[in-house]
Design a protein around this ligand. Structure first.
Ligand SMILES: [Zn+2]
Length: 288
């Protein structure tokens, strides 16, 4: 955390140094941003083929084939979800929150993509609709659907409070992946990764840069919609923090279920989908 009272005096040219204009690290181009033109027509032809309910303080996994859509839907009450994505073919290829943040920004919305871990670095899913896109950034610098947090977990809980809580998103996702893939919880845990915080409202305080959360603006009926770019296992936890307006890592908050709706345009249409290729970098790292 940056000290509010610095230990060192600013140099004479401090203002000049601070006044340098920033440059965007990765200006988005057509290789990164999605062309949304074709998605509406595809979705219009899709049928809702499955609805999976994620119980409060628990998680569920569902297979989504490449070329199908899925929605994470708020039902009953304001609730935050922690989302993991894995390649159905290889659990080691998983969502890379940090690089997605570098490419698209701290909070995702329509047209942004969820990128996979090295050495793959390809789009796993494209966000095609976001009913909370009106929120933008609020006066505190907060926004929804962040890729800046991690996921609530029992290790940080023990570090900070000394107690054990087993229904954190990390543990919920671990149990759900273990059940879905027939793995032990210890093996499944190694595949659980930093999340897309669906519906969560977060930011960094302007003075100290500390990660904050505030009550989510999501209401029943809101949804975040994705197009699966590769065959996916989707894991979603209904966070024990509920709307994350007060606290997490406990049974205090009001929690509600979330739903995952699957929209399938049909196998014949999905066959026409062009699965993105894995990165073509040769992995020699300069050691020819
Ligand atoms: Zn959580």
């Amino acid at each position: 955390m940056k000290p509010t009272t610095p230990n060192f005096a600013p140099p004479k040219d401090a203002q000049q140094r601070r006044g340098i204009a920033p440059v965007i690290c990765y200006p988005p181009n057509a290789r990164v941003r999605a062309d949304l033109g074709a998605f509406a027509e595809l979705l219009a032809r899709a049928k809702r083929t499955n609805v999976v309910t994620v119980p409060p303080r628990d998680a569920a996994c569902v297979d989504i084939p490449a070329g199908a859509f899925f929605r994470i839907v708020s039902v009953q009450g304001s609730q935050v979800g922690d989302l993991n994505l894995w390649s159905k073919a290889d659990l080691n290829e998983r969502f890379y929150s940090g690089k997605t943040r570098a490419l698209h920004g701290t909070h995702l919305s329509t047209g942004d993509r969820m990128w996979s871990s090295f050495p793959n670095l390809r789009p796993m899913a494209t966000i095609t609709a976001d009913t909370l896109d009106w929120y933008g950034f609020d006066e505190f610098g907060g926004s929804v659907h962040d890729v800046i947090g991690t996921r609530c977990d029992p290790y940080t809980g023990r570090l900070l409070s000394g107690g054990d809580y087993h229904n954190c998103c990390h543990s919920n996702l671990t149990r759900a992946l273990a059940d879905h893939c027939g793995l032990s919880v210890n093996v499944a845990e190694t595949y659980v990764h930093d999340v897309l915080n669906v519906f969560m409202c977060t930011g960094f305080t302007r003075d100290t840069g500390q990660y904050f959360m505030k009550a989510s603006p999501v209401r029943p009926g809101d949804y975040l919609e994705f197009y699966a770019e590769i065959d996916l296992i989707v894991g979603l936890s209904a966070c024990p923090g509920g709307d994350c307006g007060q606290e997490h890592t406990s049974d205090v908050a009001h929690c509600y279920p979330l739903e995952i709706e699957v929209y399938d345009p049909g196998a014949m249409t999905r066959e026409k989908h062009n699965t993105p290729l894995k990165s073509s970098y040769d992995r020699s790292h300069g050691r020819g």
